[in-house]
Design a protein around this ligand. Structure first.
Ligand code: GRF
Length: 191
């Protein structure tokens, strides 16, 4: 039986799409998609692939999410552009079973607008990180990182797109790495 994962989104869902594509031939299935935004464009990827999707409200959001995860017997929760911070209670309940993708080479540029922070800092190498979620924001153990160059004529959009392309490589691999217990192996990608 394939491992059952849930993907939580709030927006475009391009990382969800990369996970859906890799699940076709992979060891895991995306058993459900959860969004905190009814209008999240990414919900269409779930629909196209006939994956059950749920929109959760603001009140009791985590209880709702928890119930769905239990219902679908979820083993791993993948945050993919999910724009709500989960409480320590929730994170501890699902300890080591929640992972996130962040558009920087952590521990640099935590929080919002990571790509803009990188441009402002003038770094020459940027990238993305898949990491375990802990109560402290963007600080859990690193699973996979991917690096991309920052080019002299980059703007926010061009850098964001280059990092996003790398995210789509890194996230499916990070999921496989966690599900197959290969955390000790180093995974990094350079563009
Ligand atoms: C990505 O840049 C991800 O790193 C960040 O939010 C963005 C989500 O993009 N956490 P998408 O919705 O997967 O296209």
């Amino acid at each position: 039986m394939r491992n059952r994962i849930a993907v939580l989104i709030s927006g475009w869902g391009t990382n969800l799409k990369s996970l859906i594509d890799s699940a076709k031939s992979g060891i895991f299935e995306i058993s459900c998609v959860i969004s905190n935004k009814k209008q999240a464009p990414g919900l269409k990827f779930a629909e196209e692939s006939s994956i059950p999707s749920f929109v959760v409200g603001r009140d009791n959001m985590e209880d709702e999410i928890h119930r769905i995860l239990i219902n679908y017997e979820i083993e791993l929760i993948c945050l993919a552009g999910f724009m709500r911070v989960l409480t320590p209670e929730f994170v501890n309940k699902w300890k080591n079973r929640v992972i996130n993708i962040h558009p920087s080479l952590l521990p640099s540029f935590k929080g919002l607008n990571a790509q803009e922070q990188a441009l402002k800092a003038g770094v020459k190498i940027a990238g993305c990180t898949v990491h375990f979620v802990t109560p402290e924001l963007d600080s859990g153990e690193i699973i996979v990182q991917g690096a991309v160059p920052v080019l002299p004529d980059d703007n926010l959009n061009s850098l964001t797109q280059r990092i996003l392309k790398m995210e789509h490589v890194c996230y499916p691999l990070a999921v496989k790495k966690v599900l197959t217990n290969q955390l000790e192996q180093d995974y990094y990608f350079l563009q």
